[in-house]
Design a protein around this ligand. Sequence first.
Ligand SMILES: NC(=O)c1ccc[n+]([C@@H]2O[C@H](COP(=O)([O-])OP(=O)(O)OC[C@H]3O[C@@H](n4cnc5c(N)ncnc54)[C@H](OP(=O)(O)O)[C@@H]3O)[C@@H](O)[C@H]2O)c1
Length: 338
Amino acid sequence: MKRETCCVLRGVIWWWEDGVRTVLLGNTGVEVSAFCLGAMYFGTSTDEETSFRLLDQYVEAGGSFLDTANIYSHWVPGFVGGESETLLGAWMRERKNRARMFIATKVGFAYPGVERGLRARQIETECEKSLKRLGIDTVDLYYAHVDDRPPPPPPIGGGVGGVEAFDRLVRAGKVRFIGASNFLAWRLEMARWVSQTHGWAGYCCIQQRYSYIRPKPGASFAPQIAADDDLLDYCRARGITMLAYSPLLTGAYTRADRAFSEQYLGPDTDARLATLKAVAGEVGATANQVVLAWMVQSDPCVIPLVAASTVEQMRENLGALEITLSADQMARLNGASA
Ligand SMILES: NC(=O)c1ccc[n+]([C@@H]2O[C@H](COP(=O)([O-])OP(=O)(O)OC[C@H]3O[C@@H](n4cnc5c(N)ncnc54)[C@H](OP(=O)(O)O)[C@@H]3O)[C@@H](O)[C@H]2O)c1
C-alpha cells in the first residue's frame, strides 16, 4: 500500500494511506482503520444483500477493520448467534479480500449452547468455531468480550481474563493480537501484570461503551461497562487503544424516533448537547459526525465502532473522517459540563 503523508495530531500518529486514515493499534506496531465497522446485525436484522452493500461501501472508503463476535446476534428472533461471522466469511470469500481485512471477533458472553465465561477450554473451542464461520486461519484481534471475575479471594497468578489461553492461541498462530471488552481499568492492569510476569501476550486494546454524552454518576449498563476518565487515563499511560461501542446511541443524537436512555440523562447532558449542536453548525456537519470526529481526534485517540443499516447512514458516518475540529472546538466539546 502506498504511504502518502504522516502527521502528529494531538499526540497521535495519523497516516493517510492512499487517502485513508489509519491509527496504530496499541503497542502492536500495526495500523488499523481509524473507524472500525461494527457488523453486529449483519446476517440477522440486516439482510445479506444490504450487509454486503454496506461492507463494500466501507471498503471503498478505505476501511478494513471489521468487528464481530461469536454471539452476534442470537437475540434477534429466529437466530442463534454466529450469523454475523458467517456473513463476513461469505463476503470475504466472494470479494477475495481476506488478506486486506483486519478481523476482530470475541468470546465470553453466553449464547445458545454456550455459557458465559472465559474458561480456557471455552476460549479454545469458541475460537475454532469462529475461525470456521469466518472461513479464515487466523483472527487478527480476539477479544475477551466481558470480564470473568472469580469469586473472592482472587487467585494469585494466572487466569485473569483468560490471558493464558489467549496466549496459547497466539503461539499457535490462530490469533494475532488480543483485546479486552467490558473490563474495569484495574482488572485490565491486573491482566497486564499477569501477562507480563509470565511472558504471555497482553491485551492491546479495550472496547467499551462510549459516546459524547456521559452516563450520569452511578449509572449501570451491566453487564456492559462504560468508559470513564480513569480508563482513558490508563489507556494513555499504557499505550492501550480504546475502541468505542454504541458511539451514536442508536441514532438518538439526530433522530426523533430514538431517545437517550435514562442512564444518560445526567447533570451535564444538556450542556454537552448544546455544545455539540453549536460545533456541528460551525463545521457544517451533523451531530453524529461531530461525535465520531471528536473521538478520533481526542487524546488518546478513540476508534469508534461505526454501525449503520442503510447506505445513507453509512455515508453520513464515514463523512466524519473528513472533518477536522479546531483545538478550540475540541476544548469546548471536552469542557462542556453542568
Ligand atoms: N463489546 C461489546 O459489548 C459491544 C456491545 C455493543 C456493540 N458492540 C459493537 O459496536 C458496534 C456498534 O454498536 P451499536 O450498534 O450499539 O452502535 P450505535 O452507534 O449505538 O448504533 C448504531 C445504530 O444507530 C443508527 N444509526 C447509525 N448511523 C446513523 C445515522 N447516521 N443516522 C441515524 N441513525 C444512525 C442505526 O440504527 P437502525 O439500524 O435502527 O436504523 C444503527 O444500526 C456493533 O456493531 C458491535 O460491533 C460491542
